[in-house]
Design a protein around this ligand. Structure first.
Ligand code: NAP
Length: 469
């Protein structure tokens, strides 16, 4: 009876997870998606915990308290740090799977060799290799994104790097197979930690040659590894919910990584082994190129006279937390009867949907957010493209310069608007580390400064000097 109720609750939790993923597809339903996911997870944890053979283990309280101690501060990180926060969650997920696999192996070994069936050992092997490599790989990814001092941001490469990495993974797999075939051999309990060590080392070495710019994609890939290790853990513990939830996690991570690779026109192998983001000397020295700056008054005048304006937000808007100022500017332009749209590039910012989340926070109507393909056909008819802290996603070199690391990435065609205003703080390049031709174009005027401050001044100017900024 209890078991039937538990399985029904697990089924309900799985349904909630599926709906959560479905609802998170669209901004209008995404909040409902988050609620459904949290409800499913609460149900899953409560039902598992309340089972008679588990609930009497008082020490589980300690584990739950430890989870809260880590989870609550993680939930408070700013939006700009969400990619590294996500990486840390995967690290803990991978570690949990690895530890459960390790504990189960030694427990079953102690209880009698008949427990270590080939099926269970295969599941344990997959669980520990994927779990531990996800642990160190995700920690490295989080460290790179957080710009931890002793972890280099740029890709670190050395001769035969991919060969060394593959050999390491192959060695872990071969030793894992030996364990599956001879789990009770006298050497097996000593070989087990060696497989763990190889998986931990592989996780570190896998991330070392990958640059910070590719880290969000790598995090999505690590997400799918964490999901697969949860599937293996589900087989080890004979828990169907872990199997279905892990499969959903693994497949959604993979789909997300594919979407991101497509939006950057990159392949998986290029992301994992391409060492993208190495420092590249620019063709012309910075002194050879000149930017044109515009004053706030000048920019406000052009905006006032425009009839179609496209705002292109990027990572800088997130850094400056300028979304509310963007909203004020949008309101002022709309009040003047100007057609205003936001051009959303699929990889603007540092995570998919980054711009949508920020603009939704500022209550900008979803109907005025336009996807890249949709807005690009409108760009030649636009009077002004206002680029707010975006760089790589509006770099025309992606269309024409076959030597550019951005070549082939679809971009927002800001350069096709009649006039371009670009807000950024300095002459520094974007995340790919390359100059942006758009900023040297005849039609582009720079508004140098922090996005929130520049937009605040623009709003003030447009509001007649007594705006709300
Ligand atoms: P970006 O290329 O990183 O450029 C952001 C620009 O914002 C910088 O040039 C920076 O210039 C400016 N900026 C930073 N702080 C600012 C502030 N406070 N005020 C004003 N400007 C500021 O960003 P992007 O155009 O959004 O492109 C995203 C990049 O990330 C792409 O290369 C994409 O492939 C990569 N990526 C994204 C994802 C994703 O899921 N979104 C995943 C993987 C990779 P200054 O320093 O001069 O101010």
């Amino acid at each position: 009876m209890i078991q039937a109720a538990v399985q029904c609750a697990y089924l309900l939790a799985t349904v909630l997870f599926i709906f959560a993923l479905h609802w998170m597809n669209a901004p209008a339903t995404s909040r409902r998606g988050v609620t459904a996911g949290a409800a499913g997870m609460t149900l899953a944890v409560a039902v598992t915990w309340l089972q008679p053979d588990i609930v009497h283990h008082g020490w589980i309280f300690l584990a739950i308290l430890a989870g809260f101690a880590v989870g609550v501060p993680l939930s408070r990180v700013p939006l700009t740090a969400v990619p590294q926060r996500t990486a840390l969650s995967h690290a803990f997920g991978g570690l949990a799977a690895g530890l459960v696999g390790t504990a189960k192996y030694y427990l079953w070994l102690g209880e009698g060799p008949e427990n270590l069936t080939m099926f269970r050992m295969t599941a344990i092997g997959g669980e520990i290799i994927l779990g531990y490599l996800t642990f160190t790989g995700s920690l490295m990814a989080a460290g790179k994104l957080q710009e931890v001092r002793w972890i280099p941001q740029r890709p670190v490469t050395y001769p035969l790097q991919n060969f060394v990495n593959f050999t390491l993974l192959a060695a872990a797999a071969v030793l894992g197979i030996a364990l599956v075939l001879h789990p009770t051999a006298p050497w097996a309990p000593f070989l087990f930690p060696v497989v763990i060590a190889l998986a931990l080392l592989f996780g570190v070495l896998l991330i070392v040659p990958i640059g910070g710019a590719d880290m969000p994609t790598v995090i999505a890939i690590l997400n799918s590894y964490a999901g697969l290790s949860a599937v293996a853990m589900g087989f080890v513990l004979d828990n169907r919910l872990l199997i279905t939830a892990g499969a959903l996690d693994g497949s959604s991570g993979l789909i997300l990584a594919i979407i991101m690779c497509k939006a950057m026109n990159r392949s998986f192998t290029n992301v994992l082994f391409g060492a993208f983001g190495q420092v590249r000397p620019s063709a012309a020295g910075p002194e050879a190129r000149a930017y044109k700056s515009e004053t706030i008054e000048g920019a406000a005048q052009v905006l006032e006279q425009a009839s179609r304006v496209v705002i292109v937000p990027g990572y800088g808007m997130a850094v400056a937390q300028a979304q509310h100022k963007v909203r004020e500017l949008y309101d002022l332009l709309k009040k003047r009867g100007i057609w205003v749209k936001f051009a959303i590039h699929p990889v603007a910012g540092r995570m998919p949907g980054h711009m949508n989340v920020l603009l939704a926070e500022a209550d900008i109507p979803y109907t005025d957010l336009a996807e890249m393909d949709e807005i690009n056909s409108d760009m030649p008819q636009c009077d002004v493209a206002l680029v707010v802290g975006a760089n790589d996603v509006v770099n025309p070199a992606a269309r024409s310069d076959t030597h550019s690391p951005l070549y082939g990435m679809p971009i927002i065609d800001a350069d096709r608007a009649r006039t371009v205003f670009a807000i950024k703080r300095s002459r520094n390049p974007g995340f790919a580390g390359v100059d942006n031709e758009l900023y040297f174009s005849d039609k582009t005027w720079m508004l140098f400064g922090d996005a929130k401050q520049v937009l605040g001044e623009l709003v003030k100017q447009l509001a007649g000097g007594n705006g709300s900024s």
